[in-house]
Design a protein around this ligand. Structure first.
Ligand SMILES: Cc1cc2nc3c(=O)[nH]c(=O)nc-3n(C[C@H](O)[C@H](O)[C@H](O)COP(=O)(O)O)c2cc1C
Ligand SMILES: CCCCCCC(=O)C(=O)O
Length: 373
């Protein structure tokens, strides 16, 4: 891309354009933290590759003049079935940070999930993006009182659900961060904590984030902690990071009202299945009792369509929002979301779906359907 075009948003047609821009402009250790997966990064790659192995089977000559993407999730109305997944330290991408990301989501009628490890406090995000439906992602600290305080604060600030991340009891092996001795830039801090919990710790052995997590997070969390969480909050609980049917059923038994199929963007267990590979077994097991959501590798409206047709109620993006933020803050995230909405509506039109309920499971097949010989 010519240098003079590097910041010309008119050229930014796809999520890939924003990713390319972020790769050229973000400081190396921030970029590596955002983009990397764990270990050999097979799951990271597979998240996107698995979508390319699915084919969409279109239906012709159906009236699609009023294409509608509205949906209702946990009793809340949304204009689109796409939301923003939690990601830590968003101010490293742009000073607009979490507030910009949340405002962008709200501007297109999408839900925004704030990370426990945000660089803006949950109260500031609530004040800065009052018109956005916000959910709060929770990591369970060894200090349960600290966890309880976070939950109460999220309730008071108007967050509408808790998203408990269950695939990060142990820190994934992220070699790029270890090599870079990754550290949050010194002008930033974790917004939700006032004392030393707001800063990274000793990084003499590699990533400062890893040192922080090892000290603060509880490796011993179990299903009974979901029950405990239910005793301290009235907010609906979504469990994020489920990849197999049995865990989905256990999550429901313990009170979860939503299951997010996710492998943490390939950043935790390397060689775990891709999210879209895992989705069908979970949808089947859950059998409509609770909502199933998905994130991981979603980069095109066709990916959104595939996940919805295979039974996800809502589909989330992690890195694409960070690439939008890196490009032009709130505006950039909004553009990324608009691209995905436009691609989704285009796909719906070409497949013959006027509304989300028109999507059928057999509109999406594995490519082997066409390559039987
Ligand atoms: C830089 C980064 C930070 C993340 N931080 C969190 C976090 O704080 N809490 C969490 O539950 N998931 C976190 N995730 C995982 C995302 O919520 C999400 O599962 C993943 O990014 C989805 O994959 P995608 O990036 O391919 O869309 C993070 C992901 C990235 C890329
Ligand atoms: C135990 C994993 C916690 C990682 C904290 C931030 C995050 O979720 C991510 O970097 O990914």
């Amino acid at each position: 891309m010519a240098a003079e075009n590097a910041n010309n948003s008119n050229c930014f047609c796809s999520v890939q354009d924003f990713e390319n821009y972020a790769y050229k402009t973000l400081p190396r250790s921030v970029l590596d933290y955002y983009r990397s997966g764990a270990c050999s990064q097979q799951t990271l790659r597979n998240n996107q590759e698995s979508f390319t192995k699915l084919r969409i089977r279109p239906r012709c000559l159906r009236d699609v003049t009023l294409r509608d993407t509205k949906t209702k999730v946990l009793g809340m109305d949304f204009d689109i079935p796409i939301g923003v997944s939690p990601s830590a330290m968003q101010k490293m991408a742009h000073p607009d940070g979490e507030i910009g990301n949340a405002r962008a989501a709200g501007s297109v009628g999408a839900v925004y999930i704030l990370s426990t490890l945000s660089t803006t406090s949950l109260e500031e995000v609530a004040r800065g993006a009052p018109n956005t439906v916000k959910w709060f992602q929770l990591y369970i600290y060894k200090d349960r009182k600290e966890t309880e305080k976070l939950v109460k604060r999220a309730e008071s600030a108007g967050y509408k659900a808790l998203v408990l991340t269950v695939d990060a009891n142990v820190f994934g092996l992220r070699y790029a961060d270890a090599r870079n001795a990754f550290q949050m830039p010194s002008h930033l801090k974790f917004g939700n904590f006032g004392d030393l919990k707001s800063k990274f710790l000793d990084r003499s052995n590699g990533s400062g984030l890893k040192a922080y997590i090892d000290l603060m997070f509880d490796e011993g969390i179990q299903w009974k902690d979901v029950k405990w969480l239910k005793t301290i909050t009235k907010l609906p609980i979504i469990v994020k990071g489920v990849l197999i049917a049995e865990d989905a059923l256990t999550a429901i038994e313990h009170g979860a009202v939503g299951i997010m199929v996710s492998n943490h963007g390939g950043r935790q267990l390397d060689t775990a299945p891709s999210s879209i590979e895992a989705l069908p077994e979970i949808v089947k097991a859950v059998d409509g009792r609770v909502d199933v959501y998905l994130d991981g590798g979603v980069r095109y409206g066709t990916d959104v369509f595939k996940a919805l047709a295979l039974g996800a109620k809502m589909v989330f993006i992690g890195r694409p929002a960070l690439w939008g933020l890196a490009h032009s803050g709130e505006e950039g995230v909004k553009k990324v979301l608009q691209i995905l909405i436009n691609e989704l509506k285009n796909t719906m039109g070409l497949v013959g779906c006027n509304k989300l309920a028109d999507m059928e499971k057999d509109m999406v097949v594995h490519k082997s359907f066409y390559h039987k010989l």
